[in-house]
Write a protein that binds this ligand. Sequence first.
Ligand SMILES: Cc1ncc(COP(=O)(O)O)c(C=O)c1O
Length: 396
Amino acid sequence: MAATGTSPLMREPTPEGRFGRFGGRFVPEALVPACQELESAFRSAWADPAFHDEYLGILRSNGRPTPVTECRRLSERLGVRVLLKREDLTHTGSHKINNVIGQALLTRRMGKTRVVAETGAGQHGVATATAAAMFGFECVIYMGEVDVERQALNVFRMRLLGADVVPVGSGSRTLKDAINEAFRDWVSSVETTHYLLGSVTGPHPYPWMIRELQRVIGDEARDQCRALLGGPDPDYVVACVGGGSNAAGTFAGFVDTAAHLIGVEPAGGAAVGRGIPGVVHGSLSQLLQDEHGQVLEAHSVSAGLDYPGVGPEHAHLADVGRARYVPAADAEVLDALGLLATTEGIIPALEPAHAVAWVVRAAGTDELPTGSTVLVTMSGRGDKDAEHVMRMLGPQ
Ligand SMILES: Cc1ncc(COP(=O)(O)O)c(C=O)c1O
């Protein structure tokens, strides 16, 4: 479906799945037909009003529309007007549910009965296990051993929901290794199985399709901000970037406005900021790698951002200067989490705490001048991270 407005940005990629010089479909031959099948299923579904009705109907019964919350005390403190788009209030506690419901409907449309997925923070895994239970699919979730440990609660939730959670012990034992395993499974089971990928990464059509499934965030937020602000758009729109799906969905709603688009990456995994072009997991994008092309390990306090690559459309938005990508360090992320909790009564997930951290750091500087209005996507709630944060901060 066409994007709103007249900007050529954040529309359909080229037939090869390119956004500028990034994107594409770099997969083993065995997966090319599966990607083509998915692309044509998505094209026909996205052009079908009945699909939209069903998709939006299910999202409505899972917490949409999410509100925009005005942060009065934090705004006073920082000298900028802070609004939060509350994806943390959706069923399962993060924006991941938007994408998963859409792909579950496509799985059914393609006549497949089994889904595999990767997960880092566990939120995509929980959302996938939830949808699998709703639709009656068999469900296998791959998760790095490190993440299994730091997101134990989500592992338990996935198992309660009936999913088979497979710990992955290779490489850095985090998200990128879980993705490798999910691809391996998909290659050998493609007849019955859909790979329900969790972010705007991977081969064409995933980055485009998942951005479209997440644009509901930005479209809602734009209308809600206009109503709340009496007309104008926010001056700044900020979202954290792991693979980049919550940021892509948010930016899609504002790309045709004058808002500055800011993606916040973890300092230890800043693929747009510090990466160089390379192919990972099926597409060409900015990637942390050494001079020999070996993928470098990302580090982030948050499992959901611990990924050395980024969705190709973000690499393109940075390339053409439409969005800016900035880092946030672990320590300032923990401070920002505490500040939002104590000023607003909202405990964010560690991932969106990165976006808040940038706002806190930049407020009152040339980067984010006093008096600006800033919308931050609160991509998920902090329950999943509570134990991990307690281990880092102590029981207070
Ligand atoms: C709450 C939350 N926000 C953000 C992310 C990062 O993903 P993306 O960059 O695709 O939005 C995750 C990933 O697990 C997450 O759980």
